[in-house]
Design a protein around this ligand. Structure first.
Ligand code: 5RP
Length: 293
């Protein structure tokens, strides 16, 4: 391991140069993966745009009943036509999501804490690979706590899931956790996203920050961006626009869709930014028109 003292500050991100190893496959860093992995990644990232709208409603895995998700059976089905991927627990999927849909599946496979704990950073792998295969998961989502008390166990969880994923060609989505004590700076996100990519994740979920383009450039696999806490719709659409402009391969949004005054129209507006190239202003105009009909 390199000596930590006297480290130079990383600065050569070559923002003017596209990722050099794209090959013919449309997903960053995935050109050398096998057919099965690529098939799953193609259900997540649209082959025409290279991007994705993931819809996260896995909050119950540690928050229990969450505002906007009180009735998964009623809330999720109307949103499904407008998103590419459903990110959820196996319990939510099996009990509340009709199987006769063709959305991609990002299966939450770690668990271990709840809102009653101060430190949320200790998790285990709670879903085995056979069940991910049975559910036809397109990726397995693992929470990772870089810089937190639970870092070692979350890296252990991540490695186990990535190893199992390689055995059966199922990609792993590494989710960068942020906590009360953890900074939300480009320095932190460059560290965390790069560690996850170098561990072998095929997709990394993180947060928007200053110098976001550098975070994207330094990460050799696609980044999808969490929405975070509920914002006014206009601001949430600006966030979606900024992350796409900054080079993210998509969003993985939860509360800013399901807690919106008009969740379906919000999902449609986000989709227009991600896949159709609308600006935040154009998407907000769409949202206003569509939600006043
Ligand atoms: C937690 C997660 C959640 O799925 C995600 O944060 C939910 O999305 P949002 O923040 O947009 O409500 O991955 O780390």
């Amino acid at each position: 391991m390199a000596d930590k003292d006297g480290l130079k500050v990383a600065k050569d991100y070559h923002l003017d140069k596209a990722f050099a190893n794209m090959g013919s496959f449309h997903v960053k860093g995935a050109d050398s993966l096998d057919w099965g992995m690529k098939k799953h990644l193609s259900r997540i990232f649209n082959p025409k745009t290279g991007k994705t709208v993931m819809f996260a409603f896995d909050h119950g895995y540690f928050m229990g009943s969450t505002a906007g998700l009180e009735r998964l059976d009623l809330v999720i089905p109307p949103l499904m036509p407008y998103v590419d991927v459903l990110m959820a627990t196996r319990g939510a999927l099996r009990s509340c999501v009709p199987a006769n849909n063709d959305r991609g599946i990002a299966l939450r496979v770690t668990s271990g804490s709840s809102m009653l704990n101060d430190d949320l950073s200790h998790e285990v792998v709670a879903v085995d690979i056979e069940d991910a295969i049975r559910m036809n998961a397109d990726c397995m989502a693992v929470q990772t706590f870089i810089g937190a008390d639970g870092q070692l166990s979350s890296i252990d969880n991540l490695s186990k899931v990535i190893n199992a994923g390689f055995r059966y060609s199922i990609p792993t989505l590494g989710v960068v956790a942020v906590g009360k004590e953890m900074e939300r700076t480009d320095r932190f996100f460059k560290l965390a996203t790069r560690i996850l990519a170098e561990m072998g994740c095929q997709i990394v979920k993180t947060y928007y920050c200053d110098n976001f383009e550098e975070v994207v450039a330094a990460c050799p696999v696609p980044l999808v961006i969490a929405g975070g806490k509920k914002l006014p719709e206009k601001e949430a659409l600006t966030l979606a626009y900024q992350v796409i402009k900054g080079g993210a391969a998509g969003v993985d949004m939860g509360r800013n869709i399901f807690q919106s005054t008009h969740p379906v129209e919000m999902a449609q507006a986000v989709r227009k930014i991600v896949h159709e190239g609308l600006t935040d202003k154009e998407a907000f105009d769409f949202f206003e028109d569509a939600s006043h009909k």
